[in-house]
Design a protein around this ligand. Structure first.
Ligand code: GLN
Length: 304
């Protein structure tokens, strides 16, 4: 019966695919098939449900910001991270530089490019990319995650805007260490190849307070609480407020078409739908989550 609801949710989202477009500013992402759509749900009781293109690999893109923030909180600590990066939604596009101008302007939050590049610079001297890759595999319960070299090279060939952000941050003393190394680390993290299932695995870890399905604690409770809160307020870029009202499930999107959602205490949801709305969020993914949220009363403030 739950499977029927998931199938229905997918079909509710499908008609919206045609209203969006795949991202093309990273040339390799422009090769994605806009009609792909899949959803996976991993529940705390161990049950798993999937429908559609849930085994297709795509690049994680901005959803890696969740992994990087979690690792930064564990390795560098809350104070170090939030002395340098804010906790407020920016209301601007994910790759905006606007609010970085001004005398004491730090990146608004770790879920937009400027904040994530700063976070990458905090982690990079302490944790190697290979270690991050291994952590991503554990968090997502997916040993198949690798660096997608094509996406990595493609993004590096069009990285001017993120490089501008990185150097602006360096000029403000926000970048810790070598700016090019931080940028490279950031782009590599965005180029990890995942599936809707991997994202459901990551969602379940966060839904379960940082404890994996085998009972092993991978992240501290405090880290997980902070990450989920920032996902709720900032995870959908400048669409975060409307998404919180309509869906009310902490989520993070990426321009590769991925969508990670955490139904606290209950389940992790991963969606793949590379047709994006104007803000860079999976257009069908948003509709699927809205449907599931209302049908299953998953909004964090839904009357139970
Ligand atoms: N790698 C992408 C970028 O920096 C990530 C952006 C995104 O997914 N919104 O532009």
């Amino acid at each position: 019966m739950f499977q029927d609801l998931i199938n229905e949710a997918l079909e509710t989202g499908r008609p919206y695919i045609k209203e969006g477009e795949v991202a093309t500013y990273i040339p390799e992402l422009g090769r994605a098939d806009k009609n792909k759509l899949g959803i996976s749900i991993f529940c705390r009781d161990g049950s798993r449900f999937s429908c559609g293109d849930t085994k297709d690999r795509f690049s994680i893109q901005s959803i890696s910001k969740v992994i990087s923030l979690a690792v930064a909180l564990e390795v560098c600590g809350f104070d170090m991270v939030f002395e340098n990066v804010g906790m407020e939604p920016s209301g601007d596009a994910f790759n905006s530089l606007i609010k970085l101008e001004g005398s004491n302007s730090h990146p608004y939050n770790p879920m937009i490019n400027s904040g994530a590049i700063a976070v990458a610079s905090f982690i990079e001297p302490k944790v190697s990319f290979e270690e991050m890759l291994e952590l991503a595999r554990c968090f997502c319960q997916d040993d198949g995650i690798v660096l997608d070299e094509k996406v990595y090279r493609s993004e590096m060939s069009t990285v001017a805007r993120n490089r501008a952000i990185a150097y602006l941050l360096e000029s403000k003393g926000v970048i810790n260490g070598n700016v090019e190394e931080a940028l490279d680390f950031y782009v590599k993290m965005c180029s990890l190849s995942v599936t809707a299932e991997s994202l459901a695995g990551l969602g379940l870890l966060l839904a379960n307070d940082g404890v994996d399905p085998s009972g092993k604690r991978l992240l501290n409770s405090d880290t997980v609480r902070v990450v989920k809160t920032i996902m709720l307020t900032c995870g959908m870029y400048d669409g975060s407020g409307e998404f919180a009202v309509r869906v009310g499930i902490p989520s993070k999107s990426g321009v590769g078409g991925g969508l990670l959602s955490v139904v606290d205490g209950k389940m992790g949801i991963g969606i793949y739908g590379p047709s994006l709305d104007a803000k860079g969020n999976s257009i069908a993914g948003r509709k699927i989550l809205q449907f599931l949220s209302s049908q299953m009363k998953l909004h964090i403030f839904a009357k139970k």
